[in-house]
Design a protein around this ligand. Structure first.
Ligand code: NAG
Ligand code: NAG
Ligand code: NAG
Ligand code: NAG
Length: 321
């Protein structure tokens, strides 16, 4: 490529963090079974809706037609194995466990701490529980089952607490009352997202998910019930919500300066520039299946000549291609 060609990329918001994904949701008002809905979403968008936070729940609820009070499919489905997850959505990446000897003994899918030693228990047990907000944990001396404790924490605080290491375990231990089993955020989860998303945020309705089999392997959410989730038979035909990857579409303005005459209107030159950028980006941030293209203005032209002098460029970013 012509060395005299300098390209000025005006990058705006080209970077995004996977931690702050804000998936665009699309409500599809066609009654389909869960597998049909999954195919539909995968063809036209990315997948059936994955939900990560109360913020997502609220956005989903607002997508559903106000007049529709039934349930709509989201991307959650019963998985093939149980996995450890945290109530606040984190998956259990840290190897830290502090089970009492002989524990867990498959008594149940929710975990309580007893003076810092962990026990698995049926989620329906009524126990004291802990909530956290910021980096402080609080003991709540009200007997609740695990799900109700989770709802309480999400309403009054942030969530049931996560324990990553012995230091955090000791911190929580300090607020516990001796002789009381106390819920915290660890649980065994049997469900997985259609897009294999590995985080564990769950927003079940009261009494859900049911432990008994035959109660439905696919999950719908109800606008009626503050976006809470329930199990349904996957054959049930109902509307659904997809999420799309529109958020990955970024429009970047490009300023090209030529030292000598350059024919930017030449489609072949435009292709050359595009390929150069594509190569550069592939090496830095774009995934391999990303596509870039020129965007034409209303007049059908890609580049528009700018005649004035380039003024202050101090805080702009130059890329030599
Ligand atoms: C949803 O709410 C409306 C009004 O509150 C009620 O009439 C309807 O029966 C509810 N539907 C379901 C499925 O709960
Ligand atoms: C809470 O965490 C933040 C950031 O991790 C830290 O700056 C702050 O000192 C912590 N507060 C307490 C009370 O430990
Ligand atoms: C937990 O999340 C990490 C990173 O997000 C991922 O690499 C890992 O596979 C996940 N673990 C499970 C059990 O899904
Ligand atoms: C927790 O208690 C609520 C009533 O407060 C009940 O509807 C729900 O089914 C219980 N959940 C479990 C897992 O037992």
């Amino acid at each position: 490529m012509d060395r005299s060609l300098f390209v000025l990329l005006l990058l705006s918001g080209l970077f995004w963090g996977s931690s702050s994904l804000s998936r665009p949701y699309h409500y599809i008002n066609i009654a389909m079974s869960w597998p049909e809905a999954q195919s539909y979403c995968r063809e036209r968008f990315t997948d059936l809706a994955t939900v990560d936070s109360m913020d997502d729940v609220n956005r989903l609820v607002n997508k559903v037609d106000a007049g529709y009070s039934g349930s709509v499919w989201i991307g959650l489905k019963r998985g093939t194995q149980k996995r450890w997850g945290w109530s606040n959505g984190e998956n259990k990446t840290s190897p830290y466990f502090n089970f009492d000897s002989g524990q867990p003994d498959a008594e149940g899918d929710c975990i309580a701490t007893y003076s810092g030693a962990w026990h698995d228990a049926r989620c329906s047990h009524l126990l004291y529980f802990t909530c956290y907000m910021g980096n402080t944990s609080y003991l709540i001396q009200i007997y609740k089952n695990w799900t109700d404790a989770q709802s309480y924490c999400r309403q009054q605080y942030t969530d049931l607490p996560t324990i990553h290491n012995s230091e955090e375990n000791n911190q929580i231990n300090q607020i516990l009352l001796p002789g009381y089993y106390t819920w915290f955020g660890l649980f065994l989860d049997s469900w997985e997202w259609s897009d294999k998303w590995s985080r564990f945020f769950r927003h079940w309705a009261a009494g859900q998910p049911s432990q008994s089999s035959g109660t439905g392997d696919c999950v719908g959410m109800s606008r009626n019930n503050s976006g809470r989730w329930s199990q349904y038979s996957c054959d049930l035909k109902q509307p659904f919500i997809c999420y799309g990857d529109d958020m990955r579409k970024q429009i970047v303005r490009l300023k090209v300066t030529c030292k000598e005459k350059c024919a930017l209107k030449e489609p072949s030159l435009q292709t050359v520039i595009l390929n150069e950028i594509s190569e550069k980006l592939k090496n830095t941030m774009l995934e391999s299946d990303s596509k870039i293209s020129w965007r034409t203005g209303e007049d059908g032209v890609v580049f528009h000549q700018q005649n004035n002098h380039m003024g202050n460029q101090d805080n702009k970013c130059y890329r030599h291609l």
